[in-house]
Design a binder for this molecule. Structure first.
Ligand SMILES: Cc1cc2nc3c(=O)[nH]c(=O)nc-3n(C[C@H](O)[C@H](O)[C@H](O)COP(=O)(O)OP(=O)(O)OC[C@H]3O[C@@H](n4cnc5c(N)ncnc54)[C@H](O)[C@@H]3O)c2cc1C
Length: 419
């Protein structure tokens, strides 16, 4: 790295930083991209369980419904670069994509790694100079304008001057990937408000928790969220039992509210409906018929006809019954208990996973301090923000990566034109 003065310096080579840097260079800017890890985009490489659910093909209005807390903020960013643009950019760079259930897009190779490599190569071809193992320590401002930054590389402290800076350091989740929240400190020191950061898209700790059934996935179930005794939300789909409680898509979708309600000291419960297609009267009639048909069988046999094997012990112990006992024990008062358990198994939510487990960070640099038309700071001239550092987060389904790609592209476009 010879040159000491750049048009644009980008901090963080995640999906937001790569797009910002590549786009600014494409428009003719000289661009330096600093990444503190040994290689760029570590989080992108492990996203979607290594398969990389990189975006979602749902149309704009539906896309916006999946984003918090202020989806309208993204209209310009999505207008500048949306799902089709990402798919085209990747195709032009050798990564074919496919669309799966729920309109989720993955690389055909099922390797998020390929997406990361293609974007790093693309940015390089635009002329971006990427320096790995370069940890930015602070921003340098002149008055209220960006002037450069200080970083450490190979044990030495260096300073670069640049006309524009783009902070794309990500959130706080999965800190081992490099996202340790450094950018919040830079933003705060430069006078920006930071909305409190919380883990989002995270599993929950419950009582009871069924350790013996951990790893079990329950599909086509409904989960209701209860806060201080009132029903707040419902989700339908898949959940996973863990050693500490519950995880999986429907829990992740409810987790944002759960985390906030727990932080506010509210009583949080979830109920699980294992038979959402049947109302309680139909379920009870069906249970009664099954009990009569299996009068000679065991409770275990009957329960096995209703649920995955790993849950039999759980249900038997909740009902206080021996699974090897006669099925007819499930008639009478136990029938009501069984149907209630199947329709409304109740869990008290005692906590949630931390930064090591959360998929994304809620909170971040306040939207009030960023211009949505450009991603420019309203506090510091020629400073821009992109990606998860901004107070925006999406549900699972490819929405978080699209936020990073779109805000990165827009920030890169704006920085290049502010040279
Ligand atoms: C396990 C997991 C799976 C996920 N799966 C999906 C998925 O399938 N689909 C989806 O849409 N979203 C997914 N996400 C979320 C998504 O990966 C993130 O929202 C996205 O990576 C955010 O992009 P970003 O560029 O803003 O930040 P990051 O990807 O966090 O990149 C920030 C970069 O900045 C670097 N950096 C930080 N501080 C400094 C510093 N001081 N100096 C220099 N560099 C620095 C970091 O090392 C990092 O490389 C997943 C997240 C996780 C944890």
């Amino acid at each position: 790295m010879e040159k000491r003065t750049w048009d644009v310096v980008v901090i963080g080579a995640g999906p937001a930083g790569l797009l910002a840097a590549g786009r600014a260079a494409m428009l003719g800017a000289s661009v330096l991209l600093l990444e503190k890890m040994e290689k760029p985009a570590r989080k992108l490489r492990i996203s979607g369980k290594g398969r990389g659910n990189i975006t979602n093909m749902r149309p704009l209005e539906e896309h916006l419904k999946e984003i918090h807390p202020e989806p309208r903020f993204l209209r310009q960013a999505f207008g500048a670069f949306f799902n089709h643009d990402l798919v085209s950019l990747l195709a032009e760079n050798g990564v074919e994509t496919k669309t799966e259930r729920g309109q989720r897009v993955f690389p055909v190779s099922d390797r998020a790694w390929d997406v990361a490599e293609a974007l790093v190569a693309w940015a390089g071809r635009q002329g971006v100079e990427i320096v790995n193992r370069a940890r930015v320590e602070s921003l340098v401002l002149e008055g209220q304008a960006f002037a450069g930054l200080v970083f450490t590389h190979s044990g030495s402290v260096q300073r670069v001057e640049a006309r524009c800076g783009i902070v794309a350091t990500g959130g706080r989740s999965y800190p081992a990937t490099g996202s340790t929240g450094d950018g919040y400190g830079f933003a705060e020191a430069a006078g920006h408000r930071i909305e409190p950061t919380r883990p989002a898209l995270v599993g929950i700790e419950t009582a009871p928790a069924f350790e013996a059934a951990q790893g079990l996935n329950l599909r086509n179930v409904r989960m209701d969220l209860w806060v201080d005794g009132k029903k707040h939300a419902s989700e339908f789909g898949e959940t996973e039992l863990t050693d500490k409680g519950l995880d999986g898509p429907i829990v992740l979708r409810l987790s944002r509210r759960i985390v906030d309600c727990l932080a506010a000291g509210q009583k949080v419960e979830v109920t699980l409906d294992l038979k959402p297609a049947l109302d309680i009267a139909k379920l009870e009639a069906r249970l009664l018929r099954s009990i009569e048909a299996r009068a000679g069988g065991t409770c275990g046999d009957l329960l096995r006809s209703l649920m995955p094997a790993q849950l039999i012990e759980v249900f038997a112990s909740q009902l206080g019954l021996d699974p090897t006992g006669r099925a007819r024990q499930l008639a009478g008062p136990n029938l009501k208990k069984l149907s209630t358990l199947l329709k409304e198994m109740r869990f008290e939510v005692r906590g949630h996973g931390g930064w090591e487990d959360a998929i994304v960070t809620a909170g971040g640099v306040s939207l009030k301090d960023i211009d949505p038309r450009t991603m420019a700071s309203k506090k510091v001239e020629r400073l821009f923000f992109a990606g998860e550092i901004v107070d925006l987060d999406g549900n699972t389904g490819g929405y978080n990566l699209q936020i990073a790609f779109s805000t990165g592209w827009l920030a890169g476009t704006s920085a290049a034109s502010s040279r």
